[in-house]
Design a binder for this molecule. Structure first.
Ligand SMILES: [Zn+2]
Length: 256
């Protein structure tokens, strides 16, 4: 009688190691990634804009310098599908795949946390709402300290904005998504979850880099780089270099 549960356990362990199926625990609600639940002491220096800035930048009140090293938290239960330094405009990035039940349907989305100073989770790790995933950073000195935060409807995006449409068909408005789903029924269930297969911007995929930078240059966000000392910018790094006596080292992308 005791042998059968043992065998079942072995089978479960074996199948988890085979990477055949990703599992995530459904969210019981979502919370802000900085100073949860209300984000006290932080504000959004830039919001989402279709075709431009595809997430939100969160900085501390009273100067973004103070944000460096502050904790960044998972917005909900999920499984870590990316946790590494992908360099270029991203730096240290964590992506968490979330499942939740809404209108009796199982839904999925990815949350993305970029420019981290440190990463404190690993790929494949199950994570709970409010658990720390890393700390706010500068992407190796490229930007003033801030959290760049996105939520993806399209699970193929990862760090490759060229993989989805650059609008609300592929993205959620991050804060609005969270505020509409503070408390969810049906949380805490383990459910089969699509595994991730992101294209990463490495030297092996130069076309991906090309897409990224071409799109960045089309963005108009560079215009705001001079006037906003606290707001940071992926796309403004080139124009900051040319126009602003910023104390920040910019565009280290070319340095490595
Ligand atoms: Zn940003």
């Amino acid at each position: 009688m005791r042998l059968i549960p043992m065998l079942l356990l072995l089978l479960v362990v074996f199948s988890e190691n085979s990477h055949a199926q990703l599992i995530s625990r459904t969210a019981d609600g979502f919370t802000l990634p900085v100073a949860p639940p209300e984000g006290a002491g932080f504000y959004k220096s830039r919001g989402f804009r279709a075709g431009g800035h595809l997430g939100e930048d969160w900085v501390t009140d009273g100067g973004s310098d103070k944000g460096l090293g502050r904790p960044v938290y998972a917005i909900g239960n999920g499984v870590v599908v990316l946790a590494r330094d992908v360099r270029v405009a991203w730096g240290n990035v964590v992506v968490i795949r979330h499942s939740w039940i809404e209108n009796r349907q199982l839904k999925f989305a990815d949350s993305l946390y970029a420019h981290l100073d440190r990463i404190s989770v690993r790929e494949g790790q199950q994570i709970s709402k409010g658990q720390q995933v890393g700390t706010i950073g500068t992407n190796h000195g490229m930007y003033p300290p801030h959290l760049h935060f996105e939520i993806h409807r399209d699970l193929s995006i990862g760090v490759n904005h060229a993989a989805g449409t650059r609008d609300l068909r592929s993205y959620w408005l991050p804060t609005e998504f969270i505020m509409a789903r503070r408390q969810l029924a049906g949380g805490g269930r383990n459910v089969p979850t699509p595994s991730a297969n992101f294209l990463l911007p490495t030297a092996d995929h130069p076309w991906s880099l090309g897409h990224f930078w071409r799109n960045s240059k089309k963005s108009t966000h560079g215009k705001s780089a001079k006037s906003s000392s606290s707001a940071s910018n992926h796309s403004g790094s080139t124009s900051q270099k040319a126009r602003s006596p910023s104390t920040w080292k910019v565009n280290r992308y070319t340095d490595h």
